[in-house]
Write a protein of this length. Structure first.
Length: 115
């Protein structure tokens, strides 16, 4: 299993566009083969910072995702919507007995959460 954690700050005045782009790519990505979870959230301490959490069955599933049109479109528009470089961390995790601990991805934000 592959877990990717990411963080990016919206460029000044571009937060709403960044949120719209993340919502679009997340909705499309959740149907990708091997996608176990894919979500973005707002940082509770910095309204302009968006946090991403992806969980993939394996590297092959992530590689396939990277070639999809929805992913390519997000990668095309995202650089103009963020300030600086996004930070990403990739973690390979043994999946034996751990897949059942992941909650299903809910496309609706938690009550009180605002992106």
């Amino acid at each position: 299993m592959l877990i990717i954690l990411s963080s990016a700050a919206a460029a000044p005045g571009r937060r709403d566009e960044l949120v719209a782009a993340t919502r679009a790519v997340a909705a499309a990505t959740r149907g990708d083969r091997g996608c176990l979870s894919y979500s973005f959230s707002a940082d509770v301490e910095d309204d302009d910072r968006i946090i991403g959490i992806e969980v993939w069955a394996d590297q092959a599933a992530l590689d396939e995702h990277m070639g999809h049109d929805h992913t390519q479109e997000f990668l095309r528009v995202a650089p103009g919507l963020v300030a600086g470089e996004p930070v990403m961390a990739f973690h390979s995790v043994p999946d034996e007995g751990h897949a059942d601990v992941l909650p299903p991805t809910d496309p609706a934000p938690a009550r009180g959460a605002q992106l």
